[in-house]
Design a protein around this ligand. Structure first.
Ligand code: SF4
Length: 541
């Protein structure tokens, strides 16, 4: 009989796994437990036969798999955003990159798009139904209720009800609402005029069983009676859907993919860049012409440049809300000019650009979801830095970068989440950094493997990051966090472009899967409820 070899036995898992003995267990969990027991055996000198160790690992892995999930914000399987997570990615660019008022894609842009949708529906109702109506009401639930005040959800919701579109609303209109909270605004629907005010937006239950953490209802009322009502959800990134929603018919992708492995496979097999694969799919899924798609991408690039420029022009103002936070993008930008060390200057400038766009978000001014409002400083900082540096990034190259960044964002949305209320800040700043790293890699003409590695590295080093906005305002930690996200994106690209690409040990799909699992396990207290972390500990005087 073979003598047990404590070191080799302890570190070997292959034979027991390959035997298929534990095929009903989580394979990764089993391998991990087996390795841990083996390592402990080496350190303590304890002798385990491989069978005994496998049995122990199987027992521990099975125990682990029955642990209760700490996620109280699980979503209804009826939601389209959940159903769409199966099959290939069919998200298109204008669903993903959206321009609208900050500070939050899920709490500001999403609700505003929702109430604008409701306004449009109401304006098409039969005249007799409208004739009965006496007013409109919006009820906010879950996270929208818990932190909506800090996000200006009530102002965005009212503006949408009044027929204002997020992409074109004048931010000064929203600022004025804040200054005159008791103002009445006339809304003409059919032959009737309603006088609406912020009191018509109701902060309803923050806790309860909702189909999605960001649920809201819009109602056309006749006194206390509901004439017409619709329940909506704002799942992040400015997306929205309603009860019974089915996604519009789209074309089939030329290169179907649901994972980065599949996407990179298409690129490598067909000798295309990641951006070229995404463009081919955009053409076939959206049915738009390449000229229209390029025009949209240029609009997004210009909006990103504009948001940074606007932020840099605001000097040391106090951002809205109880934190009384002074803006600092302009100060950091000005002081960085005199930095005698080029490396310090470069990092400070990227940080200043991210602070600038993020502070614009905090002011409730127009931002671009890439992928969300809270993370809206990250990608614009990278775009601005590349355009306004010796690299002089052209609009053509920026298009490619936005396409590659979108692919990473699509995959995170498809296989995890883009919402801080579902997955914590790793889903917002983490995804924004991963998209930005892919942007840099793509515009530097990196291979698909290096593009993936850049995105992976940026996302990996945001895993576990919680969402705890102080006082419910997207300012602390969000604004500086955008600067860190932008710098980390650059570091991720620099490592990925200088390492030997094939030796990168972690693939993007594994990191996205980890993002999803970590988000599910994260306590609800750390998911945009402002009940823990900095939000609970920072004392505002
Ligand atoms: S902490 Fe992160 S996820 Fe939460 S609101 Fe701020 S940016 Fe968004």
């Amino acid at each position: 009989m073979k003598e047990p070899d404590p070191i080799n036995d302890a570190l070997s898992t292959t034979s027991v796994v390959e035997s298929g003995l534990f095929s009903d267990l989580n394979r990764r969990s089993f391998i991990m437990r087996n390795a841990v027991i083996g390592a402990a055996a080496v350190m303590t000198g304890q002798v385990w036969t491989s069978e005994a160790r496998a049995q122990q690992a199987a027992t521990e892995a099975a125990k682990k798999s029955v642990l209760p999930v700490l996620d109280s914000s699980s979503m209804s399987s009826e939601l389209d955003v959940v159903k769409r997570a199966k099959g290939p990615v069919i998200t298109v660019l204008d669903e993903f990159y959206k321009v609208g008022p900050g500070p939050s894609s899920s709490h500001t842009i999403g609700p505003m798009r929702i109430t604008y949708d409701f306004y449009q529906r109401c304006s098409k109702l039969p005249a007799d139904q409208l004739a009965q109506a006496s007013g409109l009401k919006v009820h906010l639930f879950g996270s929208l209720s818990a932190t909506g005040k800090g996000h200006g959800t009530e102002r965005a919701s009212l503006a949408g009800l009044l027929g204002k579109e997020p992409a074109t609303v004048d931010p000064l209109f929203l600022d004025a609402m804040k200054e005159k909270p008791n103002e009445f605004y006339p809304l003409k629907l059919g032959g009737k005029t309603f006088n609406l005010s912020l009191a018509d937006i109701v902060y309803d239950s923050a806790k309860g069983e909702f189909p999605h953490p960001n649920t809201m209802t819009c109602k056309l009322m006749a006194g206390d009676k509901v004439v017409y009502e619709l329940e909506y959800y704002s799942p992040g990134g400015g997306f929205y859907e309603w009860k019974g929603y089915t996604s519009p018919k789209k074309g089939q992708p030329t290169y179907p993919y649901a994972t980065m492995k599949e996407l990179r496979g298409h690129a490598e097999k067909n000798k295309l860049s990641i951006a070229q694969v995404v463009m081919a799919n955009e053409l076939s899924v959206s049915g738009k012409s390449e000229a229209d798609i390029n025009a949209f991408l240029d609009k997004i690039t210009n909006a990103m440049l504009a948001t940074v420029k606007a932020g840099l022009s605001m000097n040391n103002d106090v951002l809205p809300g109880p934190i009384k936070l002074h803006s600092k993008a302009a100060t950091v930008f000005e002081r960085a000019q005199d930095d005698k060390y080029q490396s310090d200057k470069a990092i400070a400038l990227v940080s200043a650009f991210a602070l600038a766009a993020s502070e614009e978000n905090a002011r409730g001014h127009l931002v671009i979801t890439a992928p969300t409002g809270g993370s809206a400083g990250v990608m614009p900082a990278i775009v601005y830095a590349l355009v306004n540096s010796d690299r002089k990034l052209t609009m053509d190259k920026a298009r490619e970068g936005l396409l590659a960044g979108a692919a990473v964002g699509y995959l995170c949305k498809h296989n995890a989440t883009l919402s801080g209320a579902e997955g914590g800040c790793q889903s917002e700043i983490g995804v924004a950094a991963a998209m930005s790293a892919a942007f840099i890699a793509q515009v530097m003409d990196s291979s698909p493997q290096v593009t993936e590695n850049s995105a992976e590295s940026a996302l990996e080093h945001h895993l576990g990051m919680t969402c705890d906005p102080v006082a419910g305002y997207v300012q602390v930690p969000c604004i500086e966090r955008c600067a860190f996200g932008a710098v980390k994106a650059w570091v991720a690209f620099l490592i990925a472009t200088n390492e030997i690409a094939a030796r990168h040990r972690v693939d993007l799909d594994t990191t996205i899967e980890t993002l999803a699992e970590t988000g599910k396990d994260m306590s609800i207290k750390y998911k945009e409820t402002s009940e823990a972390g900095l939000a609970a500990n920072l004392v505002l005087c």
